[in-house]
Design a protein around this ligand. Structure first.
Ligand SMILES: [Zn+2]
Length: 91
């Protein structure tokens, strides 16, 4: 069966946009927070990523939660070492 998703073209280069994953980097206080595995549409030509409003909202909420209480967040992330200035979150 054909899927109903219509082809979308990149507004920058008119390349074909395909569903994929990207990562977003935020600065939280003096911490670098990388959110990995973010659902996005990626231009197959120039690599520009397009994130839907719903996904962006979700990521923002996640990053806000981290920035509210960095220390207790780190406790929930066993892979993050204390004093490490980088957190990677997969969504
Ligand atoms: Zn493009």
């Amino acid at each position: 069966m054909m899927n109903k998703e219509k082809k979308r073209l990149c507004p920058e280069c008119k390349g074909l946009i395909k569903p994929g994953r990207t990562e977003m980097v935020f600065e939280v206080k003096d911490l670098k927070v990388t959110v990995k595995n973010v659902t996005a549409n990626i231009c197959s030509k120039c690599g520009q990523s397009f994130i839907s409003g719903r996904v962006a909202e979700e990521v923002n909420r996640l990053v806000n939660r981290v920035s509210e209480d960095v220390n207790s967040f780190i406790k929930t992330q066993p892979k993050v070492r204390k004093g490490h200035k980088e957190i990677a979150i997969a969504v």
